[in-house]
Write a protein that binds this ligand. Structure first.
Ligand code: ASP
Length: 349
């Protein structure tokens, strides 16, 4: 709780959870108070509470999210594009081994790292994505190259690697991606899997994502992940799938998801939120709440979403206990990790 910026925001969350959120959101979504810029970041969602993270770990997450926020805020305030801000924020998080993206990516069942990322530009509705990328430090920048410089939008496996190499992206050998934290998670699931002849609950949290609105009124979204610990070779989650894990369209919203990817794919969360806003005239918070709780959650999945609309209203919604998250706009900023309630969180800024 200590990370929430004010008691009134908390009260607002309670109202939203109890179903009064639509009015609150539509007030903020009337187009009368567009913001110059806005930014939201996530560092993954999962079933963790304050008791699961030591104070030291909490402060490491907090300072990393703080630095990521500072990078995005200063770029947007200076007038840089939302796509540039999203890429820069995610590159920073990919270099921090705390998160399951880039350097801190989790291990596959075969003990490798297969990285997924995607980026979308709401002004052009162009996008780029890669899946199963190996040996490159910044998957988000490879996805950006796919968007900007390729006639395609999605590359996989060795083709993604060849493309990244041809575009001159920075490479790294496997020691760069080896972190003790990810290895311990791998070992834990590996042992369980051996004990239960092949089946083990896959571990998920730490994916990173960013959504931004810039001073020109353009919005963008990006997501980067190592996927789920002990995933099978070739498994693709929602993060690199445009419409499932990432979406941006200036007419509606920018979305980045995190959580159990299979469920986000099955319910097309990112595009569902966009569709609700475009065709159903729902506010950003209403659309996120329904998509996460009534669709994805109803099917049995868990996780969350960061989303903003073209006016700069930010919605942070998850049905998991925790979601590392940060937000900023010209009138305020904040960082949080734990849920507003055990059932999840609905925050609007
Ligand atoms: N959604 C990611 C995946 O399923 C994992 C996560 O967000 O934690 O690959």
């Amino acid at each position: 709780m200590k990370y929430l910026t004010s008691i009134s925001l908390l009260l607002w969350c309670v109202l939203l959870i109890s179903g009064c959120g639509n009015e609150a959101a539509s007030e903020r979504n009337d187009g009368q108070h567009p913001r110059n810029w806005a930014l939201a970041i996530h560092g993954g969602a999962g079933h963790f509470g304050e008791e699961d993270l030591s104070e030291e770990l909490q402060s490491r997450y907090e300072s990393s999210l703080e630095e990521a926020l500072r990078i995005g805020e200063s770029m947007l305030d200076e007038g840089k594009s939302s796509v540039d801000a999203v890429e820069a924020v995610i590159r920073f998080l990919e270099d921090d081994s705390l998160f399951n993206a880039g350097r801190g990516a989790v291990f596959t069942a075969e003990g490798r790292h297969e990285l997924d990322a995607s980026i979308a530009d709401g002004s052009t509705r162009n996008c780029g994505a890669i899946t199963g990328l190996q040996g490159f430090k910044h998957p988000i920048s490879v996805a950006r190259s796919v968007m900007d410089s390729s006639e395609h939008v999605f590359f996989s496996g060795s083709g993604a690697g060849e493309y990244a190499f041809s575009m001159g992206h920075e490479m790294a050998d496997s020691s760069w991606f080896w972190t003790d934290k990810a290895y311990q998670r791998y070992l834990k699931i590996h042992q369980k899997s051996e004990a239960h002849s092949g089946s083990a609950q896959l571990d998920k949290k730490g994916t990173v994502g960013c959504v931004a609105l810039d001073r020109n009124g353009n919005i963008a979204a990006g997501t980067s992940t190592g996927g789920m610990t002990y995933k099978q070779h070739g498994r693709i989650g929602d993060s690199p799938i445009i419409g499932a894990g990432t979406w941006a369209d200036n007419r509606t919203c920018a979305v980045s998801c995190t959580g159990w990817g299979e469920y986000f794919i099955r319910t097309g969360v990112a595009q569902d939120i966009h569709g609700r806003m475009l065709h159903g005239n729902e506010s950003v918070v209403e659309a996120c709440r329904k998509s996460i709780f009534d669709e994805m959650g109803e099917l049995g999945g868990d996780g969350g979403v960061i989303c903003l609309d073209r006016d700069g209203t930010i919605a942070l919604v998850c049905n998991s206990r925790g979601m590392f998250r940060a937000w900023a706009h010209p009138e305020g900023r904040g960082i949080a990790m734990f849920g507003a309630t055990l059932e999840g969180t609905v925050e609007v800024y």
